[in-house]
Design a protein around this ligand. Sequence first.
Ligand code: GDP
Ligand code: MG
Length: 726
Amino acid sequence: MSPLTIALAGNPNAGKTTLFNTLTGARQHVGNYPGVTVEKKAGAYTFATGEEATIIDLPGTYSLTAYSVEEVVARDYLVQEKPDVVINITDASNLERNLYLSTQFLELGVPMVIALNMIDVAQDRGISLDAQRLSGLLKVPVIPIIARSGKGTPELMAAALDLAQKNAPWDPLYISYGEDVDLALQAMAQRINTAGFMTNSYAPRWLALKYLEGDSQIREKGRRADPVVDGELQEIVTKVGEHLLKTMETYPEAIIADHRYGYIKSVLRQEVITHKFDIDRLHASDRIDKVLTNRFMGPLIMLAVLLGLYKFTFTYSQLPVAWFAVFFDWLSGNLSTLLPDGHLKSMLISGVIHGMGGVLGFVPLIMFMFFGIAILEDSGYLARVAFMMDRVFRIFGLHGSSVMAYIVSGGIAGGCAVPGVMAARTLRSPRERLATLLTVSFMNCGAKLPVLALLTATFFSRSQAQLMFLLTLLAWGVALTAAKILRLTVLRGESTPFVMELPPYRFPTFQGLLIHTWERTWQYIKKAGTTILAISILIWAMMTFPGLPHSEEENFARQRQEVTASFTQTTEALHLKEKLAAIDTAQAGSALRHSIAGKIGTTMETVSWLPGFDWRTNIALVGGFAAKEVIVTTLGTAYSLGDTDPKNNASLSETLAKDPHWNPVVALALIVFVMFYAPCFVTVVCISKESGSWKWGLFSICFNTAFAFSLATLVYQGGQLLGLAG
Ligand code: GDP
Ligand code: MG
């Protein structure tokens, strides 16, 4: 016998994942639902009687109407996969609101057990619940549990097994929505029945209800299934809609929601729920909120918490990041002495090891950031942050939760867009999430800082600090404006109403935090790893091939011979070494110019004169796509300066200061270009994976570069006009 499937469904934060972990322990695997980046978690469970079951952790939703990806995923799963039993997890301390989803399951007509979770919290708040009475009224098994400790879960699973084995037909719940709507529903259901319109997937009345609620996914399907019936149904919807607007000044959706809540209220009032304390008494959470979301204190505390998260992520991850660096240095050092010189060695060291370092180097960052976010999320504080920031971010077409991603990406100074892109996961609505994903790379990440530091120190040494501060503000301004532009154009659409309620504060469990952190980190490694490695090798090849022409190579070899021949004295050995090193650097610079990247850099001069960049700068910018840190070193190589240590750019700084091509206007144009052009490819890979399409990765390259190019051109040409370049 194949194992039973049991789906866990409920509101976000009701405790699905906690129950899922309690039930399945280590026997679980995480994937994505096909076509969307919503997590699909499945795990195995063995009943006391020996039966096997597969447990599915469905995404958390507040309703079953297609307002968000999560809702579509959860609903499609229930309708198409038809699990044997659905366990609907509800937060017993907030039952009225949670039952809103339960009634929709009941209307859909799925075999269901209700788990009253967090009865410990309910008890603390003086709420007592009569599970038996509730079960009698809703006609489904209702079992109180504490998912965190596992209390009540054996009873819950026994009830689920019992239900699955009975396999009795399940009548959908019938809620009356008032005469107008009921009549319309009846007419629509009749039409659906006689036409056999999608009846093998959905119950007729439920389908009619979705039409009335304006469910876009269902309408889309309906149009494809039978445009004639679809048209007739739409007609009824329009008629009843107009009628309701005329008579009650309201919409069908609102009437439906009102009646559902009315139904729930009437159920709960029948001695299901009793409050020991005065209901008006402030809960502990509300009292905490008085301080944490206070008009004046709230934002200050939030700023401190976000700064703390930022510090935590970037300070504590430094040590493990350094371990990785030491390990990869050691590895490339060993390989470099073991392998003979040549392309293979160069590829292994500069392509493969560098690429692996690129993947793994971010792991500690991502882990620390997700750990910090998990604490904020599980404790309930993240919802407050979103709540407080929402008013500001809404102006730019974003969501309050976006703030996290910007801060992590370098909103304060130094940071990284890779964990920033990952942090956008806490956003639920797809458009606002995409707008965030695509703009976090405008922040001044830690890798851009050396470039900015070099240029400001060289050309604006007297006002360096002020300028760096202005550049941080500029990054925010540009990121938010770009988000607004995106939301007005390619990502146009209504912003999602702020449905997030403020969940009560809770102490997160350590196990929960670790599982959350590890799952997300592992997804990054798995999804981005191979791609990053491949692109790293590609970039290495671009900067290596086709290499110097034969004649030039001979030229450098001859120079070496001449130099060596002219030095004979042993006392001059040190001098000789210096001279040979200088020839090596010149050769490296020349080779870079002859590489594909160099050719691109030279060709780009046909347009790059507009923002005032010469071919050397262009090569550095091409190299900067690998990682922005590379810009300074590549600039050094292009100017044949040998090893430029990014921390000590004295020689490069002097060279630029003396070079006739360079002046403060060129420097400023380059600064704004570096700040805003294509994100580094690791970020691009992450944007593609997180958005589910390479289209968006490509878009970020083109959009950002075009934007940066215009801005840099404006700066340079403006500076020329004003005569500042002289
Ligand atoms: P999900 O969004 O439905 O997956 O919810 P989670 O499983 O992530 O749980 C949300 C929060 O509730 C976590 O901090 C859990 O530790 C906490 N939680 C879950 N079940 C219980 C419970 O029975 N009692 C208490 N006190 N907390 C719980
Ligand atoms: Mg969860």
